[in-house]
Design a protein around this ligand. Structure first.
Ligand SMILES: Nc1ncnc2c1ncn2[C@@H]1O[C@H](COP(=O)(O)OP(=O)(O)OP(=O)(O)O)[C@@H](O)[C@H]1O
Length: 310
């Protein structure tokens, strides 16, 4: 449904996106994750025909963004970073204007208007001018305009920005629900969100695709299979930092004053080596356990690795 091949976008000599290749199938959600300036918005702008790629190709259901931008626009629902709202209009007026522009009429238009009003909890502000809406409501109206015409492809730039925690959960559910028969690509800074909503994750850093796949595939790509969690009365980070095969993730102190140190562990490192190192330094371990790495740990490792490589 969405295909990008060697996508590159230059701003002067600076590559905002370089050589990025990915695809999104029907019924699939691809989450774009990356630090500030990684190139997420640039990719979504190319897919939605807001800007053109310098080289490479992008297609939506076979329609090329350069050759058939109108066809692409008809197939997508797009939530941009900067919302396309008309402040002087009321919510209902604006959404019915969008629905009409998208070709919806009569009963079909009414059905879709009812759907977005309910799905995005817009009842309370339905007749309010957009200029008076809070940030969260503006974002919901932005989402409503992206989905009102029930497009087969959704392109969402930071869809939960400005929403309260309950709304965040509702919007995530809505995206998952809509994804059953659509292809969805979205960007987010929030790791837990990308983890919760995506079938596959594409990690970007400085315009490059660092890795993509399911969480399990990403963990494998990063070469980190396990997390070692160690508890002690003293800090452990310094003692273990030099040990090859361990990548520190966090060190925290609880209310009782005990320290918990978490590190990614590769396949080669053995817990005996860790214990010996601690013994040599006169440190006593209170607890040890192994966990599966989550997206946060994998993301840290992959982005650090790509900085090292770059
Ligand atoms: N119009 C522009 N002119 C020049 N440089 C730009 C322009 N738009 C984006 N860039 C640069 O391209 C790079 C990628 O930007 P982009 O907005 O795609 O990143 P992002 O991953 O969406 O970041 P954020 O999470 O901060 O929104 C950045 O270095 C940015 O400064």
């Amino acid at each position: 449904m969405i295909e990008a091949v060697s996508l590159t976008r230059l701003y002067g000599a600076h590559a905002a996106v370089e050589g990025v290749t990915f695809s999104v199938g029907q019924g699939e959600v691809l989450g774009l994750l990356g630090p500030n300036g990684a190139g997420k918005t640039t990719i979504l702008k190319i897919l939605s025909t807001q800007i053109v790629p310098t080289s490479g190709q992008a297609r939506v259901m076979g329609a090329d963004v350069l050759k058939e931008p109108d066809r692409v626009r008809a197939l997508i629902g797009y939530l941009p970073e900067v919302l396309p709202l008309y402040d002087q209009m009321e919510v209902e007026e604006y959404l019915s204007f969008v629905a009409e522009a998208r070709g919806l009429r009569g009963a079909q238009a009414k059905k879709r208007m009812d759907f977005v009003r309910e799905a995005l909890s817009l009842e309370y502000v339905w007749h309010h001018p957009i200029a008076y809406l809070s940030k969260g409501y503006r974002q919901r109206v932005g989402l409503a305009q992206a989905i009102v015409h029930d497009p087969p492809v959704l392109i969402l730039d930071e869809p939960t920005t400005g929403l309260d925690p309950l709304q965040v959960l509702e919007i995530r559910d809505l995206i998952r629900q809509m994804a059953r028969e659509k292809a969805v690509i979205f960007s987010s800074h929030i790791l837990s969100e990308v983890e919760a909503v995506s079938d596959r994750i594409a990690i970007l850093n400085q315009g490059h695709l660092v890795a993509q796949g399911s969480l399990r595939q990403l963990a494998r790509a990063a070469g980190w299979r396990r997390i070692f969690r160690l508890r002690a009365k003293e800090r452990l980070r310094e003692a273990l930092e030099a040990l090859p095969g361990l990548e520190p993730v966090s060190e925290t102190q609880d209310q009782k004053g005990l320290w918990t140190y978490r590190a990614l562990a590769d396949d080669k490192i053995r817990i005996e080596e860790v214990l010996e190192t601690l013994k040599d330094r006169g440190l006593n371990l209170l607890e040890f356990c192994e966990e599966h790495p989550g997206l946060e740990e994998i993301f840290i490792a992959l982005v650090r690795e790509s900085h090292g490589a770059g």
